[in-house]
Design a protein around this ligand. Structure first.
Ligand code: ADP
Ligand code: GN1
Ligand code: MG
Length: 362
């Protein structure tokens, strides 16, 4: 939580005019602290997004912010002149010292963005049209970044989607059982261990490295609240070199299933094949232009793998005492793991049909 009395002092470090009138938490992210800040300047209202970056996770903030600065600048240049351009990518507000973040005396790292007006994020999709829009926005994001000039972006979180290493971390957490919770998660541990041989599937495929988002879950997209059109991909902390199919995969994980990530009624957790089909059409309408045959052939695999990987990460964190993902209640990480594993099982059952849909989508 960010305390409201902190906000004015931090905001003053950025190149934004006005007096802070109100602040409120924004979104449901698991990692950073995000606030909507409303300022008033000579009677005009200015809305900004203030974020305190999780410094335990992001230990190279300068490199991370350098990636974000380059990516947002490039996206702005590539979309300038388009209708509604200022709502189509994030705009950083620089700090008064010219850097794109501020470090306070305690060492906390802060950054600010313009607030995108009329944008809203969702936790679950409600229609095939929304699924299509979400995936189109992700494909477009990748397409626009395909010609980002060198040098290579910093790899700020090495091995972020190295599923075998995530699996090894789970094995270690099971062996240590630091929070004494292993006895509550026997079935989940068994489910994960039975899928060890899957974990290397994508790394072994020799897919090309691209600039990807690496965290394209549904609530990292903003939609126009009136038209339902997907406006913008947010949460750029993990923009790095990576594998394009995994960005599609994270949408399969979060936008092809009607259940929330921590839903306890597992009967609601099923992959909806028509939503998946809409995701495939939306994504390929943009990414089809540059994907290789091998990348396209691994889209379904990526959906299954990132869902398994995310479940493994939630389970590892549950067993380790909830030190990584924010939780609002005890057992929430285990609930999150259960939805992921139920969805993996659902994908496994529907994999041939999913693959056929990919094969026939232009
Ligand atoms: P976290 O890293 O904690 O997930 P995000 O960057 O995803 O933080 O931001 C949390 C939520 O805040 C997003 O899901 C989105 O709803 C909202 N949000 C973030 N940036 C903006 C913005 N510039 N304009 C409007 N809403 C935003
Ligand atoms: C985290 O920050 P947020 O909530 O968008 C996590 C992702 C996970 C996701 C699971 C840096 O994303 O990798 O897939 O939770 N981000 C980081 O919901 O670890
Ligand atoms: Mg987020």
């Amino acid at each position: 939580m960010i305390e409201s009395r902190q906000v004015q002092a931090v905001v003053e470090k950025f190149r934004v005019a006005g007096t802070c009138r109100s602040t409120q938490p924004l979104g449901n992210g698991h990692i950073n602290d995000t606030q909507l800040v409303v300022l008033e300047d000579s009677g005009a209202e200015i809305r900004c997004v203030l974020q305190r970056i999780n410094r335990h996770i992001f230990q190279q903030p300068e490199a991370m912010m350098d990636n974000i600065r380059r990516v947002t600048t490039h996206l702005a240049a590539r979309t300038s002149g388009e209708p509604d351009a200022c709502r189509r990518c994030l705009t950083l507000i620089p700090a008064r010292d010219g850097r794109c973040f501020h470090q306070d005396v305690t060492g906390d790292i802060w950054r600010m963005y313009d607030h995108i007006p009329g944008g809203c994020s969702m936790e679950v999709v409600g229609s095939t049209a929304e699924a299509f829009e979400a995936a189109k926005a992700v494909g477009r994001f990748q397409r626009l970044l395909a010609d980002l000039p060198s040098p290579r972006l910093h790899e700020t979180l090495p091995d972020f989607h190295h599923t075998p290493k995530r699996f090894a971390a789970l094995e270690q957490a099971v062996a240590i059982d630091g929070a004494g919770r292993g006895c509550h998660a026997r079935a989940e541990i068994e489910f994960a261990f039975a899928r060890r041989s899957l974990t290397g599937a994508l790394l072994a495929a020799g897919l090309p490295e691209r600039i990807v988002h690496n965290d394209t879950k549904l609530n990292n997209l903003l939609f126009d609240a009136d038209s339902g059109e997907a406006l913008c991909v947010v949460d750029l902390d993990t923009v790095m070199p990576g594998l394009a199919p995994l960005d599609f995969g994270d949408l399969v994980r979060t936008a092809a299933c009607p259940a929330r990530e921590d839903e306890r009624d597992l009967s609601q957790v099923e992959l909806q094949i028509d939503w998946f089909e809409a995701l495939a059409r939306g994504y390929l309408s943009e990414a089809g232009q540059f994907l290789t045959v091998a990348e396209k052939a691994h889209l379904v695999c990526a959906g299954k793998l990132i869902t398994l990987e995310t479940g493994i990460r939630f389970l590892t964190d549950y067993l380790s005492g909830d030190t990584y993902f924010k939780v609002q209640r005890e057992g929430q990480n285990l609930d999150r793991c259960r939805t992921q594993f139920k969805l993996v099982a659902s994908i496994e059952r529907q994999e041939p049909a999913m693959q056929r849909l990919i094969d026939i989508t232009p």
